[in-house]
Design a protein around this ligand. Structure first.
Ligand code: HXC
Length: 510
């Protein structure tokens, strides 16, 4: 019996070594942790239960029958994050570059199936070169099985991908179908094909960083939702994100004890809006002053910064925040901002996370660049996402709510449940100057007349009261009481029910 136990320990120790000491050293020398070290950091101490440690590939081509490594390049199992169940798979770059074989795929799909069955989140840690080249179509088939499960699980359980090394092929397409992608700066890359193939096909010379580094994907492509300086920081932040997320689409948001009084007033908010309506202010200050303990987890912080999206809590319960940012492009809605916010709204709606919208938007960004880039379709995504959302929607207009953007940003008309405005709100088809130049075009040469017309327009429309008179705004509130108002609104809406006609699914303008 002792022998058998020892043999098990030996086999386990061998499997834990993955591709061997030398490759582990190389992994560390590149500033990367190993798959198992990463899992240890992600999960609560001692909570990891590993599955399929002894699985090997079955390939015999290209001498692969002599190159078998237990585990086959991916470590899989489950554990807990602050006591809540999470499934995990971590690509082991020390074993065939973490590439995916048929057996490797089966390990991942087993975990995907279990996560779905248990209705628990799944986290994939990626550091891998895509399909195992020696296996050909068997590997491609394996990816197909993974992709299909990504899609079936989408909207049922949260799926999070962390890119922690060079990733290509299927190891970027599977993450692309999950809810959130995070990257590690300077050592993780995502591309469908790497710099060598790019050179061959397009004759472009480009580095991995330029082609698919964290900066590219968090600022230009919007493929990634955030980037961190190293493995440890990335994994700790993913733990933080998981704390905000529901386990699935039925359980509702998690609730943690809150020591921040929901009735807390913040007098500094009464002077947040500058006297000059064209002067910016930082909308993040409002979010931080309103939410529990100022704790805000921002999604896509570096992309389309004219809109802010992220998770926070009110009375200990998760809330999604969408807010125009007057500090960047005056908070205008453009294609990028619309896509970013639409995806966030849809995530919140799928997982029953109430949405609070802070609005200060001068409209949609005009111009050929935007129109040629499909602003109509991208703007429609956000309009569509808010309109289809059935979660509680609370909106606060702090200043400008102009034109179509007024409708889009969770207005009463498209489903806003509780719509507040600060006394500084200006709700109109457009700003006074633009409006007067159109409707009083005949007076343009006469400065006095134009000034009088502008004043007339401002007095009539540049306030929340015309909208409030119609009931489009439920109440004009004091800025200092915003937290209390939102907390009460969310408490009221906790058991909101909405009936919608049956459909197979909608047809959001993609
Ligand atoms: C088998 C692979 C591999 C792969 C890497 N390795 N990728 N083995 N199949 N796809 C092995 C290497 O042979 C090497 O083995 C070890 O992993 C480390 O690789 P290096 O190249 O030395 O590392 P590095 O210089 O850091 O480069 C990493 C890399 C590069 C950028 C990932 O290896 C690479 O470009 N790999 C190929 C990427 C690719 O084109 N994959 C197919 C995509 S198609 P040793 O024994 O020396 O340690 C695909 C289809 C899916 O995925 C469908 C999508 C819709």
């Amino acid at each position: 019996m002792k022998d058998i136990l020892e043999r098990l320990e030996e086999r386990r120790a061998q499997a834990r070594l993955g591709g061997g000491e030398k490759r582990i050293e190389a992994q560390h020398a590149r500033g990367k942790l190993t798959a198992r070290e990463r899992i240890e950091l992600l999960l609560d101490k001692g909570s990891f239960e590993e599955f399929d440690m002894f699985v090997e590939h079955r390939s015999t081509d290209f001498g692969m029958d002599k190159a078998k490594i237990p585990g086959d390049g991916v470590v899989t199992g489950w554990g807990t994050v602050n006591g809540r169940t999470v499934f995990v798979f971590a690509k082991d770059f020390t074993v065939f570059g973490g590439s995916l074989s048929e057996s490797h795929a089966q390990k991942i799909t087993k975990i995907q199936d279990m996560a779905l069955k248990m209705r628990a989140p799944i986290v994939g840690l990626f550091d891998a070169g895509g399909a195992r080249i020696q296996e050909g179509v068997a590997a491609l088939g394996g990816y197909g099985e993974v992709f299909k499960r990504n899609v079936i699980a989408s909207g049922v359980i949260p799926q999070i991908s962390v890119i922690m090394g060079p990733c290509a092929g299927g190891d970027v397409y599977s993450p692309a179908m999950t809810d959130f992608i995070f990257m590690v700066r300077d050592r993780s890359y995502m591309f469908v094909t790497g710099p060598d193939v790019v050179k061959t096909v397009t004759n472009e010379t480009v580095t991995s960083e330029e082609l698919g580094g964290a900066k590219v994907h968090t600022t230009k492509s919007s493929v990634a939702d955030g980037a961190y300086d190293n493995d440890v920081e990335a994994l700790l932040q993913v733990r933080r994100l998981i704390d905000f997320l529901p386990a699935n689409n039925m359980d509702g948001v998690p609730e943690i004890p809150s020591f921040d009084d929901p009735n807390r007033v913040d007098d500094s908010l009464d002077t947040l809006i500058p006297d000059n309506p064209n002067k910016p202010y930082d909308m993040k200050e409002l979010i931080q002053k309103v939410v529990d303990e100022g704790d805000f987890f921002e999604i896509q912080e570096s992309y389309a910064r004219n809109i802010i999206t992220g998770f926070a809590r009110i009375e200990g319960r998760t809330v999604g925040f969408v807010a125009n940012q007057p500090m960047v492009l005056a908070g205008v809605l453009d294609s990028d901002a619309s896509r970013k916010a639409a995806r966030f709204v849809r995530f919140c709606d799928a997982f029953n996370i109430p949405i609070v919208t802070f609005e200060d938007v001068p409209g949609f960004l005009p111009g050929t660049a935007q129109e040629y880039g499909g602003l109509i379709k991208h703007g429609a995504k956000l309009l569509f996402a808010y309109s289809e959302a059935t979660v509680p929607l609370v909106t606060v207009i702090t200043r400008k709510a102009f034109g179509g953007a007024y409708d889009v940003m969770a207005s009463k008309h498209i489903g806003g449940d509780i719509n507040y405005a600060w006394p500084t709100a200006q709700i109109a088809v457009m700003g006074a100057k633009g409006a007067v130049e159109i409707i009083f075009r005949q007076d343009i040469g006469d400065a006095d007349k134009i000034a009088a017309r502008t004043k007339e327009y401002e007095d009539r429309f540049m306030s929340p009261f015309v909208a409030a008179e119609r009931g489009y705004i439920d109440e004009v509130i004091m800025p200092h009481s915003t937290r209390r108002r939102i907390a009460r609104a969310l408490a009221l809406l906790r058991h909101k029910e909405t009936e919608r006609p049956w459909k197979k699914h909608d047809n959001i303008p993609l």
